[in-house]
Design a protein. Structure first.
Length: 112
């Protein structure tokens, strides 16, 4: 599966990572902040807009509701996991290429 939209935003990346386990909105916000070391802070509007888009794409699904609870939980789908795997491979390639070029420049500058 190839996702034609290219790179994921950092927010979507952390939302998908957070949904490897079922979570409700507030839990997703907390987990994204924790995973990113505090850099990614999702506002409610941003989060729920992203969740709606991810639902439409089939990358996540809503869990069946429990009783009268208003808290809807979400979880990543197989399609979402594949998108996440592809994004991780893309990010690893970026890091490999950057390290290789920096190392090359370092060797040229310092002759090591």
């Amino acid at each position: 599966m190839n996702f034609a939209n290219g790179a994921l935003t950092e927010a979507v990346y952390y939302i998908l990572l957070s949904l490897l386990e079922p979570r409700h909105g507030y839990g997703i916000m907390q987990n994204a902040q924790t995973l990113s070391g505090g850099r990614v802070r999702l506002a409610a509007g941003t989060l729920y807009g992203a969740l709606n888009t991810l639902l439409e794409k089939g990358w996540i699904r809503a869990m069946p509701g429990e009783g009268n609870s208003r808290k809807k939980e979400y979880v990543i789908t197989e399609a979402g996991q594949e998108v996440l795997r592809q994004e991780i491979m893309r990010l690893e390639e970026l890091v490999r290429n950057g390290r290789a070029l920096l190392e090359e420049v370092h060797h040229e500058e310092y002759g090591t």
